[in-house]
Design a protein around this ligand. Structure first.
Ligand SMILES: [Fe+2]
Length: 381
């Protein structure tokens, strides 16, 4: 029989939860403070500890740290009324198996305990179970991300919570999301014609474009060798996973469509739907461009200062390299020509020009006739 320690300073709630857990067939012990919990553990370490976060004196997060240090095989579940992303995120970092948001019911407790039981067995050395469990924890994480974002009162808090979870899972997840959003919004600004609501959708879509990677195993995300077929299939699911997650959140439904399409390519070679040309939402095309640019210039989290493209000025035919960053916009260093028309033609050359995944240095093809020497040098200009 597995043993569970229930730690909560609210006596009534502790009794209720303990009686549920007893009825599931676990052996239950109670503690009303963090100190009392550590004493109980010193006597007989429990397989699972269910700890309330908000307790007088030392809180549940403090206790979780102590338990993790001293009892590596004890599965930890945190319960709290505080619908606060930061606590959830810091506790997940701390190898907490599951997180009960109050008010929770019997079924939710049972689910958390079943996950915890397997976690405990895996920690005790069952490798096969350990791998299966990682899959379950990942899908729990995507569900938890959605629940936490839903509970936030503002867009900013919801975005922040989701991106914090991604950052835990993927190195430079937050930095990449912010840089891509900045660049995508700058591109959208250049193109004009977007309403305020559309601009907000574009910004949210860009910030959350990779949120589906919460469901991709870290081993795949961090692999330095090329991915094998199976790993690619898993990786290519992330736009759909991100879309499904965001569709659960009414405030991000518009952004969801962009997230779904951010790996489509203009020539139809992208995924998941193989959309072509104008069927790909314009916002997603800008996002793909910004995403590719950031991936090339920030590999390993370091900026490599790589020019986005070479450009021949339409006014004076001067050749120069253009580095698009934030709100910087290209302008000819020789004649300082007003840049709007030029920017638009260069931009369309790159968004309509096909695969945004290929390196873009030297890609100065004219958007009108395709001349590889670029706008300004070709016969159409
Ligand atoms: Fe992506």
């Amino acid at each position: 029989m597995h043993s569970v320690l229930v730690v909560d300073d609210d006596r009534a709630l502790r009794r209720t939860v303990s009686s549920w857990i007893g009825s599931f067939g676990y052996q239950v012990q109670e503690a009303e403070s963090a100190d009392e919990a550590l004493e109980a553990m010193a006597g007989a370490p429990a397989d699972i500890a269910v700890c309330d976060v908000n307790m007088a004196g030392k809180d549940g997060v403090w206790l979780a740290w102590r338990l993790r240090e001293r009892y590596p095989q004890t599965a930890i579940v945190l319960a709290t009324a505080l619908r606060d992303c930061e606590t959830a995120v810091s506790s997940l970092r701390n190898d907490v198996v599951d997180y009960l948001l109050k008010p929770f019911d019997r079924a939710r407790v049972e689910e958390a305990l079943s996950l915890s039981r397997d976690w405990h067995a895996a920690a005790a050395g069952d490798q096969e179970l350990h791998e299966a469990l990682q899959d379950r924890l990942r899908s729990r994480r995507a569900g938890l991300a959605a629940a936490l974002a839903e509970a936030q009162t503002t867009h900013v808090a919801a975005l922040d919570g989701l991106i914090s979870m991604l950052q835990l899972h993927e190195r430079d997840g937050r930095g990449h999301a912010r840089r891509v959003a900045r660049l995508t919004v700058a591109l959208a600004d250049e193109l004009d014609g977007h309403s305020d609501a559309e601009m907000l959708e574009i910004e949210h879509g860009a910030l959350l474009h990779d949120i589906g990677k919460l469901d991709v195993p870290t081993a795949i995300l961090t692999k330095s060798a090329p991915l094998d077929d199976h790993e690619w299939r898993v990786m290519r699911r992330h736009p759909q996973v991100g879309y499904d997650l965001l569709c659960r959140l009414p405030r991000f439904r518009g952004a969801a469509a962009l997230v779904l399409a951010h790996h489509e390519a203009f020539d139809g070679s992208g995924y998941p739907r193989g959309l072509q040309g104008e069927d790909i939402p314009m916002g997603a095309r800008m996002l793909a461009l910004a995403d590719a640019y950031d991936s090339m210039t920030h590999q390993s989290g370091r900026s490599t200062k790589m020019p986005l493209y070479e450009y021949a000025c339409k006014e004076c035919a001067h050749q120069f390299e253009v580095l698009v960053r934030g709100h910087e916009t290209p302008e000819c260093p020789a004649c300082h020509a007003t840049a709007l028309e030029r920017r638009l033609s260069v931009f369309s050359a790159h968004t309509n020009g096909g695969d945004a995944r290929t390196p873009m240095t030297g890609m100065g093809a004219c958007g009108t006739c395709g001349d590889p020497r670029g706008p300004g040098a070709c016969s159409m200009n």
